[in-house]
Ligand binder design. Sequence first.
Ligand code: G6Q
Length: 546
Amino acid sequence: MTNEFQPLIDRAAWKNLEAHFREIRDRHLRTLFADDPARGERMTLDAAGIFLDYSKNRATGKTIELLRQLAEESGLRAAIDAMFRGEKINRTENRAVLHVALRAPRGTTITFDGENVVPQVHAVLDKMAEFSLRVRSGDWKGHTGRRIRNVINIGIGGSDLGPVMAYEALRFYSDRNLNFRFVSNVDGTDLAEATRDLDPAETLFIVSSKTFTTLETMTNAESAREWSLKGLGGEARAVARHFVAVSTNAAKVAEFGIDTANMFGVWDWVGGRYSMDSAIGLSTMLATGPENFRSLLNGFHQMDEHFRTAPFERNLPVLMGLLAIWNNNFLGAQTVAVLPYDQYLKRFPAYLQQLTMESNGKHVTVDGINVACDTSPVYWGEPGTNGQHSFYQLIHQGTRLIPCDFIAFVRSLNPLGRHHDLLMANVFAQAEALAFGKTPEQVKAEGTADWLVPHRAFEGNRPSNTILAERLTPETLGKLIALYEHSVFVQGVIWNIDSFDQWGVELGKVLAQRIVPELEGPKEPSLQHDSSTNSLILRYRKLKST
Ligand code: G6Q
């Protein structure tokens, strides 16, 4: 039975979870492990090549069973099917949510509005592959006949964070003869620093913008075109060899001066933050080559299939999503730390921030009613071991509960002496210390002076997941991203929110427009803002003109 119209907190499983939480809230992870020594083997899941150890969560078998029931009562099965069927589950924008079609293998069928979209997806992938091979081989020449050595992706939000993250994550697999840079901020410094040491004759810009109207991206693209033309003798036709576009908006692309033959399409049914595996990932394909990009898609697809078919209790994204609900809504954790123990994943937390918080940072249900509990926690993080020497202090001994996702790989891509064993020793030790802590008795037994004992004791009982995979390959990266994408979806379904709109971000796109002429206009404007905004604007105008 689905309780589609029953508020979350009235669902039977929710009430049972509340009662269950009262029962186990004081049980320490030390006790949970002592009472059930096998939980470290049992509360794990090995699926689609990803191993998840969730035993260090403050949860029991009963918790998992109640959470599973919550998923059933929340209509998760029907929601998953609706997404894969191409239904318009992004209700506030009346859009389908079909990022799973971006990685559907050739020959499969995913229908939207009566049409199979998979052939369109592969047509774009083939076009990207052909272009990438030409650039990588040097066959694609710049306006002056020189080969391309630098690629600059201009985009922001979903058209930037995924490409940057994937480039960094897969750098090991990238063509080192090509330089990649990413410009997103409307702050001129971003573009200035990205271009200052480059030769326009060897530089290709990818203007990545679904809408091709985003202020930051269009401003950067215009300035990049000026830079390019200046360096290429001012001939407008030079742009054709140095600019390509990724967009849904052919008219705007043509207006900008990019040949639509060099435009790579995306679709309305791909959300920005779910688009790094579409043509928005052109920079990823240019860097790593079509084969690696296909492996990335294959990894995504394996996780999609696991998510679509595995029973909830053996389903990685479902378990991760449900445990996130448990930590957030029952244990009251306000944030989640994502801690990849792999330097290549240094931008993964930033990428996840958009995926999680833009998707689930909502305060009303799909029916427009205020939610009755917290929605998305704040995601943050840095690669280990670096974070250990800074903010881990708060995670270990602060007053807040911060569940952690540790991500690690059995094999290093750069084996170097003892480095990898030391890295792995740290990730295991951190998860262990967070869970079990160090009692005052243990500290005392080490000969610590009494007054120092409280400072050196660790309460423990800090929950964490450990995600372990064999090696950071394009395929593994695809699995990892899809794991989080679907975990975000699971949480959104439980909260009954629209995880695929972003009205807060849309607001940002229009807010500044009113102020721009007030800053740029030659005449002192008559300002109608509040007194604070008015005087900031006047002060800026005065100071910039002196
Ligand atoms: C993502 C958001 C947002 C978007 C950017 C860029 O889900 O909608 O981050 O990706 O605002 O939009 P364009 O690709 O249209 O320039």
